[in-house]
Structures are given as C-alpha cells and as structure tokens.
Design a protein around this ligand. Structure first.
Ligand SMILES: *Cc1c(COP(=O)(O)O)cnc(C)c1O
Length: 301
C-alpha cells in the first residue's frame, strides 16, 4: 500500500473487541500503513501540501528522542520529496535509538538541543535564528498540532458509521479537536490526556474557536495519565500485554495503552451507560515500543 498525500485518505478497519467483559469497536489507524501509522498521517497531510505550495526548502520540527511525530514526519517528508530537519530534545546518546535511526535513514537532518534551548521552540527570535541557519523552512510545531493538522484530523471519521461515544488519546489536543470539528454533533467525544497538563481543555477550546466551531460535545477524562507523559507502572504494562494476548491488538505505553485502560474501566463502571456504544480510536504509536523495550528491559510483549 502506498499513501499519496495529495490523494484519498486510507480506509481504516473497524474491529469489534471484547475484553474483560467490555464490548466496543476499535478504529485501527495503526494499520493504515506499515511505516506512517496512526493519527500522524492525517495531521501531516495538509502541512506537507502547504509546505510544497509555499516552495519551502524543507520542513523543520521539534520532538523528543522517541517521538512518533519525528518518525512520521521523517517518512512523510522523504516520500514527498522534501528535506526534513529534526530538532531533538536532549543530548545525542550513542547508539541512537530505533526512532532516531529510522528518521535518519529517511534523510532527516538531526540537531540535538539542550532542554533549555528546546523550551524556546515557539519563540519568534529563536525560530528566526534557525531560519538564518537552515534557510526558509516550513515549521511544523512539536507534536505536529496546528490548524492544518486539525483539518487533517477532521477527516478521520469520514465515512465511518456514527457511534454514541468516540474515545481518543490526547497529547497536544490536535487530533481530538479535529475529530470534534469534523464529527457529528450527536457524538460524545472523550479525550484521554496522557500528560498532566491543566491547560489542555483551554487549548482544545481555543483550537475549536480558531476553526470556527463552537461545539461542546466533548470532555477530557483526566484520571488515566499514570503520572504524566511517558510515565508508567506495572498495572499499565500488565494491561497492555494482557490486552494484546487476548485481542491481538498491540498498544503503546505512551498513548493508546493509557487511553484503552481508561476506556475499559469506564465501560465497566457504567460510565457509557448500560448498553455502551463506543468507538475507540487506535492512533498508532507502535514504533515506540522497540525503543521502550530497549530502555526498560523488554516489558512489552
Ligand atoms: C501524537 C499521538 C497522539 C496525540 O495526538 P495529539 O494530536 O497530539 O493530541 C495520540 N496517540 C498517538 C499514538 C500519538 O502518536
């Protein structure tokens, strides 16, 4: 399969799942493509088209060393015939991890920036100095969220039958915002933050306003971040392994594992009613598992 960014979207599979007494459906964005999976394809699509239209010399972005966004952007830019530059948080450690190795193999130019410098990622002065250094690049922010990303994510539910509830993991909020703006007003959207960030609901609200939407058919489920971004414990790891063994569906420890844990708990607690009608969006992130296992000792099967 070959995804062409200027053509049609892929058609993801919907899988019925039963786990621990909970019954629901999963939208498998993780299987739309072997290399660029999940929500990141949708978020990058219109950004790449825009970068090309503007005639930019390349695409520059920011990300952590295990970032799904870095992985996806490296592939997509390469496929699109554009140069990519990755500003990676922290020092270079050798040997580089599988995410960065992959990005490098797709031609991404890597620059390692200290944590203090990385914090300048949205500062106009800093970005201008990068333009002097690297030329007239197209900037995709950390995590890939901007209005064009939201517009891409708004297409995820196109052609998908309506469910009463739609659940998705939330990092920067771009994907959730897109789903809400593009989806039916009758759907209740549940975002599961994987970060400890009290400003997220404000961010989603602002993004919605910016894309001209006043919808309020959404909420954040704040109880399932497991302590914060990329934090985990045995309960989460055991759940991810048991879920895969029983359903065949792999989950990642940073995003989809936490969200799925939350969804199943909420179904069991009756939070979606007595006959739950739930679509869970599998946003991918599976590329991160090998790096996670290398770091923490093969915790995930
Ligand atoms: C990036 C990512 C998300 C979060 O998307 P946002 O638009 O940043 O909220 C969710 N799941 C996976 C697997 C991701 O890689």
């Amino acid at each position: 399969m070959d995804l062409k960014f200027d053509l049609e979207n892929p058609v993801p599979e919907i899988q019925q799942v039963k786990f621990g007494g909970a019954l629901f459906s999963v939208l498998r964005l993780d299987t739309i493509h072997p290399e660029i999976s999940g929500n990141k394809w949708y978020k990058l699509k219109y950004n790449l088209l825009e970068a090309k239209k503007r005639g930019c010399s390349g695409i520059l972005t920011f990300g952590g060393a295990f970032s799904n966004h870095i992985h996806a952007l490296a592939y997509a830019a390469n496929k699109f015939g554009m140069k990519s530059i990755g500003m990676i948080r922290g020092e270079l450690t050798e040997p580089i991890n599988p995410t960065l190795k992959y990005a490098k193999s797709k031609g991404m130019e890597m620059h390692y920036v200290s944590r203090s410098q990385y914090r300048l990622k949205t500062s106009e002065n800093y970005l201008n100095s990068l333009k002097e250094q690297f030329g007239d690049f197209y900037l995709v922010p950390e995590g890939g969220t901007n209005l064009l990303a939201v517009r891409g994510a708004a297409e995820i539910l196109k052609g998908i039958p309506a469910f009463e509830n739609v659940c998705v993991a939330v990092g920067t909020g771009g994907t959730l915002t897109g789903l809400i703006s593009g989806g039916s007003e009758k759907i209740n959207f549940h975002g599961f933050p994987v970060v400890r960030d009290g400003s997220l609901s404000g961010i989603v609200r602002d993004l919605l306003v910016q894309c001209g939407s006043q919808k309020s058919n959404w909420q954040l489920e704040q109880k399932y971040h497991f302590g914060g971004y990329a934090k985990f414990n045995d309960t989460l790891i055991d759940f991810i392994n048991a879920f895969k063994a029983s359903t065949g569906i792999p989950l990642d420890p940073v995003y989809t594992g936490k969200m799925m844990f939350g969804v199943i708990n909420m179904i069991k607690e009756g939070k979606f009613g007595s006959a739950p009608n739930v679509l869970v969006i599998h946003t991918g992130g599976l590329q991160g598992i090998s790096g996670f296992n290398k770091r923490f000792g093969n915790l995930i099967d």
